[in-house]
Every structure is written in C-alpha cells, then in structure tokens.
Design a protein around this ligand. Structure first.
Ligand code: FAD
Length: 217
C-alpha cells in the first residue's frame, strides 16, 4: 500500500511537521469519522456542505437524493474539496494565542464519479450502514430497486490527499510559564450515551450488543 505523494496543492505549508501522507494513518482517520464537509463552487458561489461518507478501498462513497443540488453539481463534474476532522482535545496554554486544539484532519481534492451499477450501489448502501454501525445490516430491510433509483451514489477517488495532525501539550515559549495558571490538555472523545428506544419499535427487544458496545475507535 503506497503512501500519498504531496502535490503542489496538498503539501502542508503551515506547520509542515504536522503534515501526514501515510495511507494507513489517513485511512484510520477516515474510518473513525463518518461525516465530512464538501466544498464546491456553484455559479461562482462557494458552498461547504456536511454529509455522511464511508471509505471502501481507495474511494470515499457519498449518497444522497437525486434531487440534491450538491449531488447534482458533483455528478456534473464540479471540483470538490472534502474535509474530515476529528477533535482530540483542547490545548490550554499560558498565553491566549498559545491555545490550540489537538486534532486529526484530512483534506481530499478531486472529482466524484457517479456509481450507476445497481449492484455496486447496493454494496455501497451496505457499506454505509455497516461502517457507521457495524452489525446492523443483517437485521434491517435492505434497499429496494426504487429506493436505489432515487439515491445517487458517488465515489471520490483517494488520490490527492493530505492529513494534518496536532498532538501533545502547549508549545508556548518557556518565559510564558511564569504565570500561576493551569495549563495542559483536556482530551475530548465522541462517546455514546444511553440508547433511547423508538416509541413505535417492537416492545421487549433488548438493545443489541452493536448498539450497547458502540465505539468509533
Ligand atoms: C480543528 C482544527 C482547528 C484549527 N484551528 C486553526 C486556527 O485556529 N488557526 C489556524 O491558522 N489554523 C487552524 N487549523 C489548521 C488549518 O486547518 C490550516 O492547516 C491552517 O490554517 C493553514 O491553512 P493554509 O491554507 O495556509 O494551509 P497550507 O499549509 O497552505 O495548506 C496547503 C495544503 O495542505 C493541506 N492541509 C492544510 N491544512 C490541512 C488540514 N488541517 N488537514 C489536512 N490537510 C491540510 C491541504 O491539502 C492544503 O491544500 C485548525 C485545524 C483543525 C483541524
């Protein structure tokens, strides 16, 4: 599995030591998250829209209504910039400007390809469910022909990709540490809360293990 090669557009210039191009490291960020922001320009106006995605091999799949403006624009060949961010902690420094965020983020540049093949669309829908909540697909009704027809599935090839990662404590100069103030990192994590049963769901069905033990890591 070869790593990504930084291009003139994906080479991290600000704090270049935080730039990451190892494919495995980037895929682990993409697989922990499942929401991205997609930037594209339509009629001269930039838009940045949040949406769900899953990685399958060397592509990110997106799905949406065939009526979606964003999906229609991307299907029409609009250039896109897709970003994914995981927040790992708040960095509390002695100085106001030294405050920061520990994060892992990915930026993908490219264009989307429309997936037309019904079997491939079905497999993408399987991936959406199974990657967001592994173990769920087996228990639910799979999508029918009409549902698949009304759903646009796009694939974004992972070719021009960068990641940037900040870890660790504040990086303020030593002279800032004369002040009597707590400094350090407040780690943050996405953690599931107590499941809330659907009031219309069948009574007496226990919460499945894949819900009870859900984790993104
Ligand atoms: C949660 C979070 C909070 C941040 N807060 C700040 C902030 O307050 N102030 C600030 O200046 N910066 C912040 N950053 C960093 C910010 O994303 C940019 O890296 C930075 O502003 C430099 O922008 P630039 O366009 O000059 O980057 P350049 O270094 O010129 O970018 C060149 C290329 O490097 C890659 N790249 C740059 N940044 C990222 C990234 N974050 N993830 C993946 N690839 C990247 C892209 O391919 C980009 O096209 C934050 C990042 C995250 C994830």
């Amino acid at each position: 599995m070869s790593d990504f090669t930084p291009t003139s557009r994906t080479k991290v210039r600000q704090k270049p030591q935080r730039g990451v191009y190892e494919r495995a490291a980037i895929y682990s960020i993409l697989d922990e998250a499942f929401v991205c922001q997609i930037g594209f320009v339509l009629d001269g106006q930039p838009y940045v829209m949040p949406t769900n995605y899953v990685r399958v091999g060397d592509r990110l799949f997106l799905h949406g209504s065939t009526a979606s403006r964003m999906f229609r624009a991307l299907a029409g060949g609009a250039a896109l910039c897709l970003s994914v961010t995981l927040i790992d902690g708040l960095v509390l420094a002695p100085s106001a400007t030294g405050h920061s965020i520990n994060y892992r983020s990915v930026v993908v540049l490219g264009k989307a390809e429309v997936i037309e093949d019904a079997k491939e669309k079905f497999e993408a829908m399987h991936a959406f469910v199974e990657r967001v909540i592994p173990g769920r697909w087996e228990s639910v009704r799979p999508p029918g022909e009409q549902e698949l027809k009304g759903t646009m599935v796009l694939a974004v090839p992972l070719a021009e990709v960068s990641a940037k990662v900040r870890t660790g404590p504040p990086v303020d100069d030593e002279q800032e540490y004369i002040r009597e103030v707590w400094t350090g990192v407040l780690p943050l994590q996405l953690t599931p809360q107590e499941p809330v049963a659907d009031p219309r769901g069948k009574a007496g069905i226990p919460v499945p293990g894949y819900v009870r033990n859900y984790s993104r890591r």
